[in-house]
Design a protein around this ligand. Sequence first.
Ligand code: CA
Length: 247
Amino acid sequence: MSGELGERAQILLVEDEEALRVSVKDKLELEGFTVEATSNGEEALRRIKSKTHDLAILDVVLPGMSGLEVLKRIRDKEAEGGTGAPHTPVILLTARAHESDKVLGLELGADDYITKPFGVRELVARVRAHIRRERAHRDGDAEPPPPVPPGYKFGDCTVDFSGFKFKKKTKEIRLSALEWKILSVLVRERGRTVTRERFLREIWGWEKLPVTRTVDFHVSRLRSKVDDAKEPRHIITVHGIGYRFEE
Ligand code: CA
């Protein structure tokens, strides 16, 4: 199992409930991951300062510093590293009683969340998926999609990315600058899921990080122009994660 993801992935786990922390740590280690586990945010910050983890699992409600604050520090550190800095996928552990935490967490740049109580196997499966996705992105993927041709066609649409011309059937449709950017990222990554988080980083940048709902808003506007808003065939929503473009 450990060889499947290449080098051992380093995971930071912050959870104050001891029984849960121990069981998650044990299970992840059995699956071949290296785990640094701690019960508090202050210790987590020390770990974050000294190294970059492949993934972090953060309980939101902690004594002292919250998991959301830890998440914010992870993103701050990445922002200091510039656009080439590695991205640490973050999974939040939220309580059903605190539904607003997950919204706030996603806005702060969490990649995923899992509501307590949860099955440890489910968490491990998500850990594996996030690490795999991040590595594929970092390595430029084994099979990058071919470059976008000048008169790129999908469904009944034709796109000219260099001339900023978009036609649906024979009708020319105006796209805003943001919509062009979103469409070009989607088409470039066609067939693969683009997380909201990645849209935020690529299109808006870290300096003026808006909320993830902003991404949803602009994607749905783009979709209403280039796709069928009710039954989209090209801009597919990947629930809780982001969007995927299909030809
Ligand atoms: Ca807790």
